[in-house]
Design a protein around this ligand. Structure first.
Ligand code: SF4
Length: 406
């Protein structure tokens, strides 16, 4: 099988890895450049980088029901050699088509064998070719700790997919995968990162270890896991394993996958709401049980999670624009972090009026029922109105992650 055919198979097989979801079109005029597998990702410094995103192989000894590469799937299989991946990466990098490599893999023969091959790609690129581009390796969690330690030396980011939130969910559709093994691998990566930071504090010449940190991914809608279970696992991973990001990928139905997984994808809004809730956990001081309480373990698909929380806690409002704490203001629907900082700054010099909201570029109609200020606010009467939810709900096709996170 030639390299182009392998690339077509292994780039397609990698498309479900979330940290790099958008595919770039092929560069105009560069007909020698394949567009399969070239995608955008956000690097640690916030830049958008174009990466070659492929699997080393789509052979796998595991049989995760939601995965197109599972052992029992009737798909064409391929495997790159280390030399092929290295050459392909260098060629595309030198042509200016990519700025780095995102490499994942099915598990062939054993976890250690696969991890050795993945590490060999990164090591060969860095040590033998002086490759200065970005490298993100998806580690095999069952691999020995020594191999994870070795991989971390050569890459910008080293991460492990948790896939599902609890051991019960893994047992049901990812037989043989152990949550404790996955989190132990994350612990090893976390410790390697911390040790390298400490060593670099003492000496600028100390070697780095996955300086862009680690991320993970969860499949959404392949089983009965609730948003509360998913977000609970995310919150624990952020706290204990110091993850930079958890990515949520909607399950994509696979022909012939059997009864263990649904034959329909979850609503697209679910993944979007999970990202919004995740944002609120990380940046707005919300706890999981505030966003998805016991009596509502799934996010409302029609409302952004902060607005949903505010409607359930109307007694926490109105917030006084002139006296509320930062934490209280961050909980006002429609007020994002920048708007809150501007309010805190502006009110040092004068008493704010509701009309000042117009200069903050916030969705004023959404904010007004939840605040009071120095001037009369007729919209406050809506706070107790039974139809406030209906007035504020927006059609799903107008979803906007960043506005809604405010
Ligand atoms: S281990 Fe990974 S590649 Fe293999 S079947 Fe499971 S999810 Fe797919």
């Amino acid at each position: 099988m030639d390299t182009r055919r392998k690339l077509a198979i292994l780039a397609d097989a990698a498309r479900f890895d979330a940290p790099c979801a958008r595919r770039l079109p092929g560069a105009p005029g560069e007909s020698s450049v394949p567009d399969q597998g070239i995608c955008h990702a956000i690097a640690a410094d916030g830049r958008t980088v174009a990466l070659l995103k492929v699997l080393l192989t789509n052979h796998c000894i595991h049989d995760c029901a939601y995965c197109v590469n599972r052992r029992s799937a009737d798909v064409e299989r391929a495997r790159f050699t280390v030399t092929e991946i290295v050459r392909l990466t260098l060629d595309l990098f030198r042509q200016g088509v990519i700025e780095g490599l995102f490499l994942s893999s099915g598990v062939m023969r054993s976890a250690d064998f696969t991890m050795e091959q993945l590490t060999d790609v990164a090591r060969t690129l860095r040590r033998d070719h002086g490759f200065a581009g970005y490298i993100h390796l998806k580690a095999i969690p069952e691999a020995s700790p020594e191999l994870l330690t070795e991989a971390g030396k050569w890459v910008d980011r080293l991460s492990v997919n948790v896939e599902l939130p609890t051991q019960r969910h893994l047992d049901a559709i990812a037989p043989g995968r152990r949550l404790v093994t996955i989190t132990r691998a994350m612990d090893r990566i976390r410790d390697g990162i911390a040790e390298a930071h400490e060593a670099q504090r003492r000496s600028v010449r100390a070697p780095s270890f996955a300086p862009a940190g680690q991320v993970t991914q969860m499949v959404v809608g392949a089983d009965d896991a609730t948003d509360a279970q998913i977000l609970g696992t995310s919150a624990a991973l952020y706290e204990r394993q110091r993850l930079r990001r958890v990515y949520y990928g909607s399950y994509v139905p696979i022909v012939g996958a059997g009864d263990a997984v649904p034959d329909a994808a979850p609503p697209a809004a679910r993944e979007h709401r999970l990202y919004q809730a995740d944002w609120l956990l990380r940046h707005y001081g919300f706890a999981v049980d505030e966003l998805v309480p016991d009596d509502a373990p799934n996010l409302d698909l029609d409302l952004d999670p902060k607005l949903a929380w505010a409607l359930r806690h109307r007694d926490a409002f109105p917030a006084d624009l002139n006296r509320a704490t930062r934490r209280e203001l961050l909980r006002v629907p429609g007020l994002g972090r920048m708007a809150v900082e501007r309010i805190l700054t502006a009110r040092r010099w004068r008493r704010l009026r509701t009309t000042d909201l117009l200069t903050l570029h916030v969705p004023v109609a959404r904010v007004l029922p939840f605040v009071h200020a120095a001037d009369p606010n007729p919209a406050l009467r809506l706070l107790d109105a039974p139809d406030l939810r209906d007035r504020l709900v927006r059609p799903r096709d107008q979803l906007d992650l960043f506005a809604a996170a405010g």
